[in-house]
Design a protein around this ligand. Structure first.
Ligand code: COA
Ligand code: ZN
Length: 311
């Protein structure tokens, strides 16, 4: 039986959100953001990525960010890594978990990571060995799992085979990522059901982007199919700089609101998220796509208009 008592939301804004931003966000501001996100009750945060600073200059201070954050108990501070060097740097920085990323699609993997899929699988093997030495877990992500902006749809069997291979190589949990928002709810239902035959709901994360406005409807489809872990980004920031047309993740405060509206607990203080989200435009220098921050909670009613009717 799948537990119906709540969902786990992992905040990826400090990583997926900031990786595509043009404006440099100072290290101290990144640290303050991560600390405030943890204070809102979010128990999993992807803090940064240990990738080439030439590929992602906006996250070149990953080590300093990890060194500066306050660690709340029972909160997992994870780091994205693409290779052995990234794993070594992340472990030196005391990341609690590594998130290894490669793509379903050969073309996007090469554009993003400069490697063939086979080279990435080899890297995963050595990332796991390094992580095991430090007694930390490796989550492995399948980017472009719901479609690639260069190749189009990916075979379902390729996704399930990749999950099996990830486990064989020692990953302990899996993320299916819709890198450029190509997923639809029917496809999500199929892929989540097939994945949950291989992965427990506690070890499967769905990572949707709202590129085509289907983000929350895909979350809903995944949730109804038994998924219980979701990635999202405060304000709906995010996107892969090596995928044409990429745009923001599902927005964290919109996602938390969705679950609260259907009586699914998240353990997250939504008003605190809204306060944080309101500060994002100052940080990144532009408006953010999230909707709840603009509209407010449905339960926050407005004063009734004072209408005078003539007799
Ligand atoms: N962290 C920091 N530097 C790294 C690194 C890492 N994890 N991996 C490699 N490098 C450095 C190398 O030391 C080398 O440095 P040098 O030029 O000073 O000698 C340089 O990067 C090139 O190394 P190479 O192994 O030839 O890698 P590459 O140039 O083919 O790049 C990746 C491969 C994986 C490092 C790069 O494509 C990358 O960082 N991709 C991540 C993209 C990303 O984050 N996308 C969004 C998230 S999905
Ligand atoms: Zn993403």
């Amino acid at each position: 039986m799948i537990p119906l008592d709540g969902v786990t939301i992992q905040e990826v804004g400090p990583r997926d959100g900031l990786q595509i931003e043009q404006r440099w966000v100072p290290t101290g501001e990144k640290i303050a953001l991560v600390n405030a996100i943890a204070d809102s009750g979010i128990k999993r945060i992807e803090v940064s990525s240990f990738v080439s600073p030439k590929a992602i200059p906006s996250l070149k201070d990953a080590s300093e960010v990890f060194a500066g954050i306050k660690r709340r108990p029972n909160t997992i501070y994870s780091a994205l890594v693409p290779n052995t060097k990234g794993a070594e740097r992340a472990i030196d920085a005391k990341a609690d978990e590594l998130n290894f990323v490669m793509s379903a699609s050969e073309t996007h993997n090469f554009a993003n990571m400069g490697m063939t899929r086979e080279q990435s699988f080899l890297e995963l093997g050595s990332v796991v060995a390094i992580a095991n030495g430090a007694s930390i877990n490796v989550n492995a992500t399948i980017a472009t799992a719901f479609g690639c902006p260069f190749e189009g749809p990916q075979l379902t069997s390729k996704i399930t085979d990749t999950i099996k291979r990830y486990f064989d190589l020692g990953a302990t949990s899996i993320t299916l990522a819709d890198t450029t928002g190509m997923a639809n709810p029917v496809q999500v239902t199929t892929l989540v059901e097939l994945s949950l035959a291989l992965v427990s709901p506690n070890d499967l994360t769905l990572h949707f982007h709202n590129t085509r406005g289907l983000g929350l409807i895909n979350v809903d489809a995944a949730f109804r199919s038994g998924a219980r872990r979701f990635d999202s980004s405060l304000g709906g920031l995010g996107g892969c700089p090596f995928a044409p047309g990429a745009s923001g993740n599902v927005c964290t405060e919109d996602l938390v609101n969705f679950f609260h509206e259907i009586d699914v607990p998240t353990g997250i203080n939504l008003r605190e998220l809204l306060r944080l989200s309101a500060e994002l435009p100052k940080l990144v220098g532009h408006e953010t796509p999230g909707q709840l921050a603009k509209a407010g909670l449905a339960s926050d009613l407005h004063p009734q208009p004072n209408i005078k009717r003539s007799a």
